[in-house]
Design a protein around this ligand. Sequence first.
Ligand SMILES: [Mn+2]
Length: 434
Amino acid sequence: MSGSLRFVHAADLHLDTPFQGVSAVAPAVAEALYEASLQAWDAVVDLTLAREAALLVIAGDIYDGAERGVRAQVRFLEGLRRLSAAGVQTFIAHGNHDPLDGWSAIREFPPGVTVFGSEAVETVSVTVDGRPVHVHGISYATREVRDNLALGFRRAQGAGLNIGVLHTNATGQADHAPYCPCSLADLEAAGMDYWALGHIHKQQFLRQGGPWVAYSGDTQGRSPKPSEMGAKGVLVAEATGATVERVTFAPVDVVRFVPCAVDVGDLADVSALYEAVREAVLGLQAEHGDRALLVRVTLEGRGPVAADLRREGAVAELRDALRDGLAARSPFVWVESVKNAARRPVDLDAVRRGQDFGAALLERGDALVADEGVAAHFVGRAAELLERPGQVATALRDLAADNADGSLAQAEARDVLAEALELAMDKLGMGDES
Ligand SMILES: [Mn+2]
């Protein structure tokens, strides 16, 4: 594509990340996870070379921890060397996970690599095929940066493309630490043509053009949290002069976390459910280009199989059977967990219209579920009172333990209450055809 300049924007590589919330995986899966963040970095390099990009900008959190393991640093340096040998210019700003005060095994970077300092925003001007490009950036000196570093960015004098590289929680996004807080207006005022941001792990555009303000997201999902689910990768931008014409997402992840919701609907029994989930999971793998997957399954809807799933250990057995049944897949598919939110086929409105104990129970239950404060309190009290073993008692105790610091998600408390209500109706034989 003559006349246009291409650059790649990556962030949040978290090399050698320990995977959170992934318990007791099979050895082959654990091995794949151990390599995943490093292979994703290799894929960033491959993609940058394959797309013949002139520049690669990395907006922080290259390493997962300030201590920076040797394995991660060696692999990172190998990639930088490959880029340098091909004439690609690489620009690096460090973030909260890998501030400049961390230990570095790298004494000397290959030619064409710029690591921004932390004293002030630095501007590096380069010429790509006769076209001027100005890349501005600043690194975190220490883990907790509370200053608005965006205010230090200024457009360079003269013609050319201006790219800002910063690790920041722009617009105060709630589920990420509030490091380097800044507003969209602060970013817009700096005179950049493209803001390459890092820190928020979900890919997103805060603004598309004039200037572009973009998070590339992380390069490899790290846990089954919503922000870590789905395709992970980099952004590839095409610019003509000082105008970025087009930005496209390109996946580089090796292992992908995906949700899989299955409606139990008319499924008659657990073996029919097993087949339905297996089919859904295999469908997902095809949809995701035959990548290795970690799948979080949720069973939902109302159907007769819900009664079978209430049996002690039934859901864990289903999960284990699915893992066994999918064990031969390559690349692997690992059922990370099975969450059971399936309900028996009860017509709740019919029960509510009645004049009996069931109607009174539902009325009380509905009120508890609707009141968030009460739900959390109820879970705490019930956990103290319920001493017998059982799914609900165990779930309540786990939840109450999680809530020791008062951080229990209200939604979770409501789920448990709703579940308890279903169980009570089950035990009372409510809604059974009689
Ligand atoms: Mn990060």
